[in-house]
Design a protein around this ligand. Structure first.
Ligand code: GAP
Length: 511
């Protein structure tokens, strides 16, 4: 990976993936707008997630909850009291820093799970000062939830919160969904939607924003059946780089292990390990590079208030290994708390014991869309020196545009338009007639378009077109009669060269 995060932000703006919001008014830190290519990539990521983890399974049901939430939800969940980051504030001018990041940047140490007492001690010991030379007050917790008032009158009774995680909409609807879906344990509830966190220092482009999209599953099992995962055998031998809490304590490097190692050493239950493996497979299928992915076990002191155990998938961003996805064993915490606070128990009837039980959240894969969007772009990006242009090697299922359609020369525009309109019904297509054919291929490569179709003079005689593969630049000749079928087969996974006769790249005379 050669790009910095700033270079990636510049590329995203130039190509229409992501813009700083309200830039004409000076922007708004931590908020971003998605351009024509960005919205397609983002929607494709969400669509693939939903297809893989909801539609392709029989044990996961989807919901879509409200963003603005009754404050009692967050009191019961513990977020009102605990969802905070430590903040350092300069004494006079009140400049604010997120304490763990500030100390990590200044001292180059790992500050995951750092406590207030440790922050105060390090600030004193190292005489750390704000950037303007001021001393700091004692470190304070800062709650990250955005507060709003619902309705025309303002008062404490009208306070509500913009949800900082989608998980709570799943927990508060648990009884209804279980009933409607006639669900039996084990099963999951999935949701994709906006989340908001009033981050003290949003930074690193999309990585730490104040508004982002979450894709979350809460997977519920019988509380006595953590060890009984019938699917684990299928994934147990998959290998992944893992950094355990113990390795972190002893400042050791991650090591490659199988998923069954996590279970054999009791670091994760079979259910938890199974879900981690499912997501690892999914990341690899989407084209993330194995060497840029690892699992990191949370240290005891950094576990969220609800978690029994937690692993983060980390991605090797240009600014270091950072959290891509969090996946906690969330125990019975949330359903128990909502049952207690609402007076409506969140329970299921267990046929075996003839008792009501509180289901147990064995895994909670919680994926921020924007972080995955970034990781996908970093792994897809290649500055191809031979072609002298950038190529985005996006997985075809994620590509914002499926097919580029070009007339070789302007005289062929009517035929090319006819091909374009025919394909548009089935695929996301882009018609491009300006500049040399080489320039048009280069533009399509930078947008990650997997296939480009050129209508040439021969098309008028043999009713065929050339189809060019973005990654290899190889071309095949395809009859118009079978074109949409060939493209569909390519998007279903067939290599382009297996779908037609390779032809040599034509030398094109400029008009
Ligand atoms: N329900 C559990 C939960 O929300 P989390 O680890 O706090 O867990 C889940 O967040 C994921 O949300 C993270 O792994 C990351 O992908 C994404 N995320 C969290 N904070 C973010 C932020 N400020 N900006 C962008 N993505 C964020």
């Amino acid at each position: 990976m050669t790009l910095t995060i700033e270079e990636m932000a510049a590329f995203c703006k130039r190509k229409g993936f992501v813009y700083p919001t309200a830039e004409i008014y000076g922007g708004l830190a931590g908020f971003w707008d998605f351009g024509p290519l960005g919205v397609e990539l983002k929607n494709n990521i969400k669509r693939q997630w939903w297809k893989t983890f909801v539609h392709n399974r029989t044990d996961v049901f989807g919901i879509d909850g409200a963003i603005i939430t009754n404050k009692k939800v967050w009191e019961a969940s513990g977020h009102a009291a605990n969802f905070a980051d430590l903040m350092l504030i300069s004494k006079k001018t009140k400049i604010k820093y997120r304490a763990d990041q500030f100390i990590a940047d200044k001292l180059g140490i790992n500050t995951e799970g750092i406590t207030a007492a440790e922050v105060n001690k390090l600030v004193k010991e190292h005489k750390l000062l704000a950037d303007n030379g001021e001393e700091f007050e004692e470190v304070k917790p800062f709650n990250l939830m955005f507060e709003t008032a619902v309705g025309p009158s303002q008062g404490s009774q009208n306070i509500a919160y913009l949800r900082p995680e989608t998980a709570q909409s799943i927990f508060i609807n648990f009884n209804l969904v279980a009933d409607n879906a006639r669900a039996k344990l084990p099963f999951g509830i999935a949701q994709v939607g906006k989340a908001f966190r009033n981050e003290i220092s949003p930074r690193d482009f999309l990585f730490r924003s104040r508004e982002f999209d979450l894709m979350e599953i809460e997977y519920f099992i019988h509380p006595d059946k953590l060890q009984d995962c019938p699917f684990f055998a299928d994934v147990k031998d998959l290998k992944i780089q893992v950094l355990t809490a113990e390795q972190q304590e002893h400042k050791k490097q991650h090591a490659e292990v199988s998923f069954h190692y996590l279970v054999d050493t009791s670091l994760a239950s079979p259910w938890h390990a199974y879900w981690l493996a499912c997501f690892y497979q999914w990341f690899l299928e989407l084209g993330l590079k194995k060497e840029n992915l690892r699992l990191r076990e949370h240290m005891k002191e950094e576990l969220a208030h609800y978690a029994g155990a937690c692993f983060d998938f980390e991605y090797k961003f240009p600014f270091g290994w950072k959290e891509l996805q969090g996946d906690a064993d969330r125990t019975q915490y949330d359903l128990t708390k909502h049952g207690e606070m609402s007076g409506k128990p969140m329970v299921m009837y267990d046929e075996e014991s003839k008792q009501k039980i509180v289901p147990y959240v064995a895994a909670e894969p919680a994926q921020g869309v924007e972080r995955l969007f970034l990781a996908i772009l970093f792994d897809a990006y290649e500055d191809d020196k031979k072609r002298e242009n950038i190529v985005l090697h996006l997985h075809p299922s994620l590509a914002p545009v499926h097919v580029g359609v070009f007339p070789l020369v302007n005289k062929l525009k009517d035929k090319a338009q006819e091909v374009f309109i025919g394909l548009q019904k089935q695929f996301v297509c882009q018609y491009d007639k300006s500049g040399s054919i080489g320039r048009r291929y280069a533009r399509a490569d930078e947008m990650g378009v997997p296939l480009c179709i050129t209508v040439d003079f021969e098309t008028l005689e043999d009713h065929s077109v050339t189809v060019r593969d973005r990654d290899s630049t190889k071309q095949i000749r395809v009859p118009l009669a079978t074109l949409s079928g060939v493209i569909a087969q390519f998007f279903a996974g067939a290599p382009l060269l297996s779908l037609g006769k390779e032809v040599s790249v034509q030398v094109v005379k400029e008009e």
